[in-house]
Design a protein around this ligand. Structure first.
Ligand SMILES: Cc1cc2nc3c(=O)[nH]c(=O)nc-3n(C[C@H](O)[C@H](O)[C@H](O)COP(=O)(O)OP(=O)(O)OC[C@H]3O[C@@H](n4cnc5c(N)ncnc54)[C@H](O)[C@@H]3O)c2cc1C
Length: 387
């Protein structure tokens, strides 16, 4: 799919400044309290919708802003810089709308996308199961076609936004013997009978972004709940994940940017041996490395965005952008903890929260190992001049 974008009308640095001002005023101040209370920030999701940030790269014909993926990355980065947990809810929404965008029928796009793009409808994406994580083809949730509709049974786990979402795209086997080709995607509206949820799962980080185990007990969906066509769900899931992995890269870049700011600030204020520690070369080396890694990660994410918007094969670029940015983010945050010394280990310091929050980025939407396998599997041939 080649994106028709309207970036010409938008000054990207102005757009960044606007989102940053909003995030500094409304998101950053309460992030530590939300980490403590684990409360779902419904009011902030409403505020993101009011700022018109819920369908940035969704085409205008379906109610979105029709901007480029780069523009979406700016918003994700700025939200993550202020609160990684909110960014996780936010990017799970984008992940949830992607299957409809890439795999839905025209009728489904018209029915669902305007509400999703305006933020009136919050999305979720339910693929993972207790025994099927990286290996999605081994999923056990089944959907049986009957006269009155599809009957779904099984369970999903670690599902972000599951209980809060108005629409969850859920994957089930319609042909259990067919492996990957037996998977079908379903649109599941909130309140569908037969669905129940665990309590929010207690997590190391992004604690105000709830995840749930979801139980499906003979859930009946209408025949037209199938997104696209039967048996295409595996493909739709992987295509959606590829597109959304760039958002995770942006989330990593936002957290890394905040960590770098905190490192700079602390190094200027903290004095040892009669000098601000910033004057010691060992600290400058750490900060220099953080800056270099962050710039490289941002450039890589922008490159992957351009590959996506050009409608080219995205698998390798998306995995490279996620792998590079999330590994760099973890290293940057760890180095900034080091710059803080003992203060960085204390619950009251912001960098301690960032350390816990950023750990998930190397796991969800495909672990770093899965990204590397995708990169290796899609690398150009040694005879190609693509390098
Ligand atoms: C906070 C959070 C939010 C999440 N949100 C969602 C969501 O909204 N929707 C959703 O569907 N899922 C969600 N997930 C699930 C997430 O995507 C999975 O946890 C992730 O894909 C890994 O699957 P797994 O946990 O089963 O690990 P496993 O697949 O069991 O992997 C365990 C380890 O084995 C490695 N491994 C597995 N296979 C291979 C291989 N072939 N080669 C080399 N190494 C391998 C992995 O890299 C990893 O290190 C979320 C998870 C968390 C923790």
């Amino acid at each position: 799919m080649t994106a028709q974008t309207h970036d010409d009308a938008v000054d990207m640095s102005e757009f960044r400044s606007t989102v940053r001002a909003f995030a500094n005023a409304e998101i950053l101040p309460g992030a530590a309290e939300r980490d403590e209370s684990k409360e779902f920030p419904a009011h902030l999701m409403r505020r993101l919708a009011e700022q018109d940030l819920m369908g940035i790269s969704v085409p205008e014909e379906f109610g979105g802003l029709g901007l480029s993926t780069r523009a979406q990355l700016v918003a994700v980065e700025e939200v993550a810089r202020a609160d990684a947990a909110l960014a996780s809810i936010y990017t799970a929404h984008y992940l949830g709308l992607e299957p409809i965008l890439v795999g839905g029928t025209e009728e489904q796009k018209k029915r669902w996308l305007p509400g999703l793009a305006s933020g009136e409808v919050l999305a979720g994406f339910a693929l993972t199961e207790p025994d099927a994580g990286s290996d999605i083809a081994s999923m056990r949730t089944v959907a049986r076609r009957e006269d009155d509709g599809w009957h779904l049974s099984g369970s999903k786990t670690f599902i972000s936004n599951a209980r809060e979402a108005d629409l969850v795209v859920l994957f089930a086997k319609t042909d259990p013997s067919a492996g990957f080709r037996g998977i079908t995607a379903f649109a599941v509206p909130k309140g569908t009978p037969g669905i129940s949820y665990s309590e929010p799962q207690d997590k190391m980080g992004i604690r105000s972004a709830p995840t749930y185990t979801v139980y499906l007990d003979d859930v009946v969906l209408p025949h037209d709940a199938v997104i696209g066509t039967e048996g295409r769900g595996g493909n739709i899931a992987l295509t959606a994940l590829n597109r959304a992995r760039i958002d995770v890269a942006a989330m990593a870049n936002g957290i890394a940017l905040r960590a770098w700011e905190l490192g700079r600030e602390y190094a200027s204020e903290r004095k040892q041996f009669g000098h601000p520690i910033f004057e010691f070369q060992a600290i400058q080396l750490l900060l220099g490395e953080c800056d270099a890694k962050l710039v490289a990660s941002r450039v890589t994410a922008d490159w992957a965005s351009d590959v996506k918007d050009a409608g080219q094969d995205l698998r390798r670029a998306a995995s490279i952008s996620k792998f590079v940015a999330t590994e760099a983010c973890f290293s940057i945050v760890d180095q900034v903890v080091q710059i803080h010394g003992g203060a960085g280990f204390m619950r009251e310091s912001e960098i301690e929260r960032l350390y816990r929050d950023c750990r998930i980025l190397r796991i969800f939407e495909g672990t770093s190992q899965i990204q590397l396998l995708t990169i290796a599997g899609n690398a150009p041939s040694i005879r190609s001049t693509e390098y």
